[in-house]
Design a protein around this ligand. Structure first.
Ligand SMILES: [Zn+2]
Length: 233
């Protein structure tokens, strides 16, 4: 096998590796993105459920306190007719007022809690629905992506082994030039010269050089971009 044929094959392997890299590069990112969204929603749903529990407890406590306030107010009102001094009367009235204001506070707080509860319930049910469909979507995608990942991983391993073997066959100076051009020219170091022009950069290749390229007798590279040139049959 001529030097150029080996370089063509190396480029072929590297191009396939590039395609795999491009494909794999996106996969973990995509799964991570969905997973992050699932975590965010799960956290949000949990927080809201906890808040609903707190509200239920607080509403229950307030309800008991409201009950006891009302009973105390009634009791004090009953006792008003029994007091026999202005001072006692004023003290009793002050106590009733105090209880009444406490009762108002508790009732206001309960209204606010009920409003918050209703808002959370609406929001929560929509988030739970989103989470449910997202989780189903995620697990389906994750499975699909992992399968593809596994499939490409095997292919990648094969390509890397083939590359390793191919590199052994190529003379070191050519390999160094290949690596240098590969880095500098976006991963394309070997191109056809069909049409009497470098297919990498479009530079015209002189007829004498073209003849040698067609024969494959000597290794040539483009004067302009440095890519190896070959005749694609
Ligand atoms: Zn060129």
């Amino acid at each position: 096998m001529s030097a150029i044929d080996k370089l063509v094959e190396l480029q072929e392997i590297d191009s396939q590796l590039q395609e795999l890299e491009a494909l794999l590069g996106n996969l973990p990112e995509k799964v991570a993105e969905l997973k992050a969204e699932e975590e965010r929603l799960t956290h949000s749903v949990t927080t809201q459920r906890n808040r609903l529990k707190e509200i239920a407890v607080q509403l229950g406590k307030n309800e008991l306190e409201i009950q006891s306030c009302r009973e105390n107010i009634d009791k004090h009102k009953d006792q008003l007719s029994l007091v026999n001094s202005n001072r006692q009367y004023d003290a009793m009235m002050a106590e009733i007022e105090h209880l009444q204001s406490l009762l108002d506070q508790l009732e206001t707080q309960n209204l606010e809690l009920l409003e918050e509860k209703s808002e959370i319930e609406t929001h929560l049910s929509s988030e739970e629905e989103t989470l449910q469909s997202l989780s189903a979507d995620l697990s389906e995608r994750r499975e699909k992506l992992e399968k593809r990942y596994a499939a490409t991983a095997a292919e990648k391993e094969e390509l890397l082994a083939a590359r390793e073997a191919k590199v052994q066959e190529i003379d070191k100076p050519y390999l160094r030039q290949y690596d240098r051009v590969y880095q500098a020219r976006d991963g394309l170091a070997v191109v056809p010269a069909n049409g009497n022009a470098c297919q990498g950069c479009g530079a015209v290749v002189p007829p004498q050089i073209m003849a040698e390229i067609k024969k494959g007798s000597r290794l040539h590279s483009c004067d302009v971009c440095g890519r190896f040139l070959y005749w694609e049959t």
